[in-house]
Design a protein around this ligand. Structure first.
Ligand code: PBG
Length: 322
């Protein structure tokens, strides 16, 4: 035997030399939940270790993450039912919880890079990502709302806008809206291949944002489809997206690989709430080693071709590097 692959696995040092993929805190974006109030941190029951923070404690959390080397944060709001309506008007209320919080973070912690989420669902009384009429989601009417929302977020100081709604044409519409108002430097990380997934369950618990009727299958993609992701990515690329995202991540490694091979901009993957919850639940039961499972999951997402990973594990990972 001339070729003995085990030679490259014989010691920790040689294994590290031969290691093809590495993970760094620089690759991670930490999603965080903000809720109304002060001095409040409520753990999301289906996401152990993840909290909904009032703005004051959110700032503290971001500050502590910055010290660990996490620099980018994706913020999501939890709104009271009374703030929700059919047109998500609260999403562009500059005195509302979300925009107020973004402004405050950018004022007090300017070294934090802030990604904001563009989609109607946390603000929608229907719990959908678009305007609902007679049980249908209206695409082009929704774009107007998304444009206003993105612009309000840019004005509040957002560095990266993340359209997560899956309406057709939204990246181009948002890009034009931002450029017309002089926000040419605000980037767009588009949820390009976002699938209608069961793995968003815990997130919808966190934000009380589950659809009030029906499902999201008329706008989110069919989990059975890979080639269709190329159409979504091509459109977003042509419409000016700076980053293309695949979501969820772990069941969609082939999609990550396909986009990485076909588009010359950074690919991001969203390691979603259900993927986090699965590992946490199994670890709590002693059924698997949570830390090793986390590292393996994140590494496999990177290996598939994601340069960036949005993950609830970000802080845990960063702590392990210290
Ligand atoms: C909605 C949105 C969702 C997530 C991010 N943005 C849920 C959904 O589409 O219903 C899910 C994130 C997660 O599960 O961690 N615009």
């Amino acid at each position: 035997m001339i070729r003995r692959p085990r030679r490259n696995r014989q010691s920790e040092t040689i294994r590290r030399l031969a290691q093809e993929t590495t993970l760094s805190t620089d690759d991670l974006i930490f999603p965080l939940f903000v809720t109304e109030g002060t001095n409040k941190a409520v753990e999301v029951s289906s996401m152990p270790g993840i909290y909904r923070y009032s703005p004051d404690l959110l700032l503290k959390e971001i500050e502590s993450c910055l010290k660990l080397g996490i620099k980018t944060f994706d913020i999501f709001p939890q709104l009271e039912e009374s703030k929700k309506d059919k047109h998500a008007t609260e999403s562009f209320n500059s005195d509302g919880l979300y925009l107020r919080t973004i402004r405050e973070i950018k004022e007090k912690l300017p070294e934090a890079t802030i990604m904001t989420d563009v989609a109607m669902d946390p603000y929608s009384s229907d719990g959908h990502d678009g305007i609902v009429k007679d049980g249908k989601i209206l695409n082009d009417e929704t774009l107007v709302v998304l444009g206003k929302m993105a612009l309000a977020q840019a004005r509040a100081g957002a560095d990266i806008i993340g359209p997560s709604d899956m309406m057709d044409g939204r990246v181009g519409y948002i890009r034009e809206t931002l450029d017309d108002e002089g926000f040419t430097d605000v980037a767009i990380m588009s949820y390009s291949a976002k699938y209608a997934s069961a793995f968003y369950g815990p997130f919808r618990d966190a934000l009380d944002s589950a659809p009030k009727f029906g499902d999201k299958k008329s706008y989110q993609m069919n989990p059975a489809n890979r080639r269709e992701a190329l159409i979504e990515a091509e459109l977003d690329y042509a419409e000016g997206a700076d980053f293309l995202m695949v979501k969820p991540a772990f069941s969609y490694l082939d999609i990550i690989q396909t986009l990485n091979e076909n588009f010359p901009i950074p690919i991001a993957a969203y390691n979603v709430s259900g993927e986090y919850a699965m590992i946490k639940a199994a670890a709590q039961n002693g059924w698997l080693d949570g830390e090793r499972a986390m590292l393996e999951m994140l590494l496999s997402i990177k290996r598939a071709g994601a340069k960036i990973i949005l993950t609830y594990f970000a802080k845990e990972f960063a702590l392990l590097q210290k």
